[in-house]
Design a protein around this ligand. Sequence first.
Ligand code: HMG
Ligand code: MG
Length: 307
Amino acid sequence: MSYPQYVKLVDVGPRDGLQNEKQPVPAAVKIALVHMLQQAGLKEIEVTSFVSPKWVPQMADNAEVMAGLVRRPGVRYSVLTPNMKGLEAALAAPGEQWPDEIVVFGAASEAFSQKNINCSIAESIERFAPVVEAARAKGIHVRGAMSCTVGCPYEGEIAPERVGYLAGLMKSIGVQHVGVADTIGVGTPIAVRRAIEATLAHYDIDNVSGHFHDTYGQALANTLAALAMGVWQFDTSVAGLGGCPYAKGATGNVATEDVVYMLHGMGIDTGIDLDALIDAGQFISEHLGRPSQSRVARAILAKRAAP
Ligand code: HMG
Ligand code: MG
């Protein structure tokens, strides 16, 4: 079995991780978290989302967070923009505060599309099309998140054909890269492999990433299954933060620390300093007042604390 030699991790903790927090997290804490992640060697960070503050109050400070970043060369900063209003808000700031990448987010499940972004899959593509065009015209990279590619909290199992259908629509409007998301973390390796295979009918392997929530504890196994197919880009979340407010019961993304430990153990380079990453996870976990969800972080912290 051959695996990629290098894996790029996109830490989505500041966005996917924090969007679901009930208690407000100050912009300064979000900014400090991003700074610690870039210090740890992350090359891409999903910072915030330009969505309706009525729907996701935690991300209402999006402009403040973007404005407060001290950027590190070579790091890509991405934000979610579900419609033109979101893109315009992201681009209202001075150019140096623009995101390097925007993310449009659709779903393989009709019911989830309605609950999450209040429109059908077809309508979502119509909304995304001008967003994609305007972003690309400004040289901003466009990623598409595909939610519920193996299971949906409302519709249950999702067939790979539905994933292929959505990937084809994303491709048709100029989305450059797609993420295959297991939003509620129910997937197992073969189901995830099928969802990725359906995506590969439309995108090449260098433009497909995995985004696995860990609700059922399957995310590392799913990551390994994707790696075995040649997928080398994954969204992960420091300290395993998060979940989607429109996917009840879904917990955070697979912890970045856990994926880094696995990859380094397999001899795969990530450019990430695990110790510095654990410090970032500790920082945000202490702020939130609960232990990290990362098993690796807990193990290493216990070792650090040992006399
Ligand atoms: P809508 O109500 O259908 O939109 O919401 P609308 O165009 O009819 O506008 C209604 C109101 O929202 C108006 O304000 C708009 O101005 C405002 P009002 O006149 O009532 O005062 N509005 C906005 N405000 C700020 N920014 C915007 C914006 N757009 C409209 N961009 C909308 C449609 C998509 C906006 C809404 O459904 C929404 O914000 N949903 C949030 C969805 C979300 O953030 N979900 C979590 C992220 S997705 C995720 O976590 C999954 C992912 O991780 C992958 C995975 O795991 O599957 C990516
Ligand atoms: Mg997610």
